[in-house]
Design a protein around this ligand. Sequence first.
Ligand code: ASP
Ligand code: CP
Length: 376
Amino acid sequence: MTLLDLDPAQRGTVGNNEFNTYRPPEINGSYQGKDIVTVDQFTRPEDVLNLFAVADDMSRRVENREALTILRHATVVQLFYQPSTRTSTSFEAASKWLGCQRIIGRDGMTAYSSAVKGESLPDTVKTIEQTTAADLIILRHPDDNSSEIAAASTSIPIINAGSGRKEHPTQALLDLYTVQQELGRMDDLTVTMTGDLRNGRTIKSLAKLLTVVGSNIRFNFISPDVLRMPDEIIRALEGRGASVNVGTNGELDDVIPTTDVLYVTRIQSEWFTRQATEDVKDMLGSVADGVSDGSITNIATDIGKANYERAVEGYVIDNKRMQYAKPPGEMIVMHPLPRVNEISQEVDADPRAAYFRQMRSGLYTRMALLSEVLGG
Ligand code: ASP
Ligand code: CP
């Protein structure tokens, strides 16, 4: 096997050494100069609330079309190893709204950068620091630990714009800001998350962040069994005092009437072969060592397809289902987007459909974050 045969995620991490000793810094009163790689860095509600106060200010300034200069001396780089519409454009816009004149954006890193030639993520990040004199790098990458690996490889801050199946911390911030804007509180909430709770990263980051900021949080995790929320996340949430109810799609209608936040997610087809590979290897145990990688991939591809077809059935949110939900002002429907078919378009006109407004929160919270990390 050559480097070029590797999954892009693996290619990006070859050659990492520093990662093992890297610990993300807690926010603890200051964002200045810090990496933002995981929501675990948020340990005090006031750090999130202070950021939201800055986001409120940013929102007023954008509405007034003010020319801000906080980042006028900054150089910001975006490296995207996975597709993105919202995160990439809102970070770029946030930088520009803050007066940044040097924003260097690279989408399609897996196709057009020297990662294709086998360059590791640590080397890429070190390269970018040299070639651009960047003050900050925004990174999206399919590897769970990519942001930590990148952060360990450079002295400039790394902001995680989505890593593997594990974290999307800036999405969690914008989601929570949306909850506060729409419902006026972040406590005493019944939050129902549906869709792909196993592979989705936004739900994991948001659920954890909610339990740092809010008290009396009740989660319903509704998904096909094969896409259940991982047990370690459930244990972490329960450890912080949240109550957790796990159910399959058939139970969605039972929980809708008491739900305050219905957070819908897409079935993440791009991860199904990898997920089925893990399952097949688990099932085979030590016998897997005697089976070729190619045979496991063939079986996993078939299982992945079958799992996907089963998973996409049966949980569409439509007007009929919304009839049983709480009234406007008391509940909202959110989605990190992109949506595929899981929310019917007829719901878009419902005042409880917050998923388009939710995206604007991304501009304000990312402006707040960039100004706190770089502006100080
Ligand atoms: N855009 C979100 C993410 O990158 C959700 C998704 O893709 O379904 O995690
Ligand atoms: N919500 C989100 O991360 O969207 P993109 O994948 O389009 O950036």
